[in-house]
Design a protein around this ligand. Structure first.
Ligand code: NZQ
Ligand code: ZN
Length: 398
């Protein structure tokens, strides 16, 4: 295993009905909350109203900021910072999915930011010197209503900049929420597509590390396999019955654990997400779809470079029957079964399915190079990916 340092200070309150504890949990971090949620989401309105009532019952003042759109823009975050400053809030509460939680984090950091333009917080290139990460933030509390991004228990937020055509990360320990309330019942109202997207995004977070991280670790690989397998077993159940409590519980805790650092200590790279962010910025596909379009082609490209890992994936995650099959056949069946799993959940796995053609690959590649390549001209991964290899992967994804 690689040497690592691990720190995660987020207090988790988990379980069906945990949402009732919002008022008490919030009173422990502040007296006047900016409550952040989506602009128009009728299903969530009831949940948000319940939350606001609980906060009032616990003696908190509330300033609403219900302006979040998926893939939050830095300009919208700026408006939230202004609202927080104008009203003198002392904490920020996000009730929603990754876009809401990331906005809440960015506002909390933005209120205290002294580094100039808020976009300076964003690592729009991984080795870029001029990034000025935030160092302090207002305390935050997260209530995820979508099991997907794991933002509720990590130190990351993802923002977009429309004019620049960029989507990238803020990383800073000041972004760790103080508390996250994980109530699987809040996900019962999710539309089918969002449930599927959440499952696929969760898998992608550990798959990034499983396939592209360190090689020498039994424990982490077993943990990653268990997480992917749990999503693969429970997602169809939640799609068939959105109110299946156990499936929703499993999916919710998987989403949190996939990207809270436990499955990836010592492994910082997320190369498939770097490509996915460009697909979202250029072609407006949602986050999980961008990953569904990349993962099968990526795996097909690297299967011969790491046959042992792909063989394990086929056997332990996709449960391919080895009887009368060669190792190569087992690996290929594992990859095909994974593609089928994504498609059966309702997401496309080929760029051509979302209207992206061969002549649109060069600009995609150029954006990945501009935003995410390191000083050596590679996309950081194990092994690192060159420009030419990236084009081959994109062509395979067509
Ligand atoms: O569009 P509407 O109809 O309003 O639907 C909302 C929302 O727009 C709906 N929704 C959420 N909870 C619901 C619900 N509908 C009914 N019932 C509920 N309980 O879901 C739509 C999508 O929400 P969004 O917050 O955009 O989804 P998600 O959680 O997938 O977040 C995606 C964002 O998180 C970033 C992504 O890049 C993207 O910007 N990520 C953040 C990460 C992090 N902070 O660590 C890591 C991830 O890899 C990811 O990059
Ligand atoms: Zn993701």
């Amino acid at each position: 295993m690689r040497p690592f340092e691990y720190h995660n200070p987020v207090r988790i309150v988990f379980g069906a009905g945990a949402f009732k504890r919002l008022g008490d949990a919030a009173a422990a971090i502040g007296a006047h909350a900016l409550v952040v949620s989506y602009a128009d989401e009728p299903e969530l309105t009831k949940i948000v109203q319940r939350g606001v009532q609980q906060l009032a019952d616990s003696g908190l003042r509330v300033t609403p900021f219900f302006q979040v759109q998926p893939n939050p823009e830095v300009q919208m975050v700026q408006r939230g910072v202004q609202a927080a400053r104008d009203n003198g809030v002392d904490c920020v509460i996000g009730i929603g999915g990754g876009s809401v939680m990331d906005t809440a984090k960015a506002i909390a950091a933005g209120v205290e930011y002294r580094g100039g333009d808020l976009w300076n917080m964003v690592n729009s290139r991984h080795d870029r010197q001029q990034v000025v990460p935030p160092e302090t933030a207002l305390p935050t509390l997260m209530v995820p209503t979508l099991a997907a991004t794991g933002s509720e228990m990590n130190n990351c937020a993802v923002l977009s900049h429309r004019e620049r055509g960029e989507k990238s990360y803020i990383w800073s320990d000041c972004l760790f929420p103080r508390t996250a309330i994980l109530d699987p019942r809040l996900t019962y109202t999710l539309p089918r597509l969002q449930t599927a997207c959440g499952g696929v995004d969760t898998i992608s977070h550990v798959m990034e590390i499983y396939l592209n991280g360190q090689d020498q670790t039994d424990l982490l690989h077993a943990w990653q396999e268990g997480l992917m397998r749990t999503v693969i077993e429970n997602l169809p159940t939640a799609l068939a019955d959105p109110r299946d409590r156990q499936a929703r519980e499993e999916l919710m805790w998987c989403a949190t654990c996939a990207i809270n650092g436990w499955a990836s200590p010592g492994d910082p790279w997320t190369p498939m997400h770097q490509i996915g962010h460009v697909l979202t910025a250029r072609h407006q596909v949602n986050h999980a779809t961008s990953l569904a379009l990349v993962m099968p082609a990526w795996m097909d490209f690297f299967k011969t470079a790491k046959p042992e890992r792909y063989f394990r994936f086929a056997r332990r995650v996709m449960h391919v029957d080895p009887h009368r099959r060669t190792r190569e056949q087992i690996i290929d069946e594992g990859l095909e079964a994974f593609r089928q799993f994504i498609e059966q959940a309702g997401l496309p796995t080929r760029l051509s399915q979302v209207g992206i053609a061969r002549d649109q690959l060069d600009p995609i590649l150029e954006d990945v190079r501009r935003i995410s390549f390191n000083a050596r001209g590679q996309l950081a991964s194990n092994p690192p990916v060159t420009e030419q290899q990236l084009m081959t992967i994109l062509e395979k994804a067509l």
